[in-house]
Ligand binder design. Structure first.
Ligand code: SF4
Ligand code: SF4
Length: 286
């Protein structure tokens, strides 16, 4: 969806904020080289065994159970440590110190025409909200001199920290709902978060004809929240075929492509983009 909208609306700036599993680059890419930069999250604590007096002051106070002791040797598990710094404060021997920890790698690419920002979360790191914030910050810094009329962000599923970070400061959230009991529950929770953050929302349903009953439930939920349900995308084998081939659905002649072009046109209208800023394709096929 994000890749198709980037093409349809001719977005000059875009980001993949699904840092746990970024995949937008597989379908939409920018020709320029990727400028990589390490991202550091909260520092983690570590114990210097030469200074540690095995007083056991730190271990029971760590609420994340990150400190262990084996044969009087105290160690901190870097994957469990949340970097709160309490143990460092408590240690009477000055044996604990904080070390910067790389939590991911940021990537920015620009070809002079378009800018693409993304990141990959490092293995075992959990604070992806901060990383998402950095992806967006890097994108906005890259376009600060001449901001394009539209930037599109591909978010991650759910309602967790990376999603909230993706939602902050945006002008419109497009929710792609699934017509299932779980999908309806996810939609409710996401709407709760988005409306709590005062983010304008539009929704569409993916594979709407697979479960008409749940599609109706999505429609009722959107109506009750005053959310425009701008399209019901039918199941279309062209979608997985396009994804597998690394193509968007922007120009696909099938029913899903048609619905996505309708979504592009609706979004252009909701964001009051001038006709020239939406690509011609949305007008041609819409
Ligand atoms: S910094 Fe906090 S989370 Fe990490 S080991 Fe110390 S007390 Fe536990
Ligand atoms: S508080 Fe300091 S000295 Fe005591 S066990 Fe922990 S690291 Fe060692």
């Amino acid at each position: 969806m994000a890749a198709s909208l980037i093409e349809l609306l001719d977005a000059k700036a875009f980001a993949d904020c699904d840092v746990d599993a970024p995949n937008l680059h597989l379908v939409v890419s920018v020709d320029g080289p990727h400028q990589l930069r390490p991202h550091f999250g909260l520092p983690k604590s570590q114990i210097n065994p030469e200074l540690c007096r095995s007083c056991d002051r730190c271990l029971p106070e760590c609420r994340f159970e990150a400190i262990t002791v084996v044969e009087d040797v105290y160690t901190i598990d870097p994957f469990a440590c949340e970097g709160c710094g309490l143990c460092e404060e408590l240690c009477p021997a000055g044996a604990i110190s904080s070390v910067p920890t790389q939590t991911g790698t940021l990537a920015l690419a620009t070809d002079g025409r378009r800018v693409f920002s993304t990141a990959v979360l490092a293995m075992g790191q959990g604070n992806s909200g901060q990383l998402v914030w950095s992806v967006k910050k890097r994108l906005s810094e890259a376009i600060a001199e001449s901001p394009p009329p539209l930037a599109i962000i591909d978010g991650s599923p759910g309602i967790g920290c990376p999603v909230m970070s993706s939602l902050s400061g945006i002008d419109l959230l497009l929710v792609v709902a699934e017509p299932s009991v779980a999908g309806l529950s996810d939609l409710k929770r996401l709407l709760d978060v988005a409306i709590g953050m005062e983010v304008p929302v539009a929704a569409c349903v993916n594979k709407a004809d697979v479960n008409p009953e749940q599609t109706e439930a999505v429609q009722r939920l959107c109506d009750s929240w005053g959310i425009p349900l701008i399209a019901k995308i039918p199941f279309d084998p062209a979608v997985p075929a396009a994804i597998n081939a690394g193509r968007t659905l922007a120009e696909d002649p099938g029913p899903a492509g048609l619905a996505i072009r309708k979504i592009g046109a609706e979004i252009a209208q909701l964001l009051e983009l001038r006709p020239m800023e939406a690509s011609e394709s949305s007008g041609q096929h819409g």
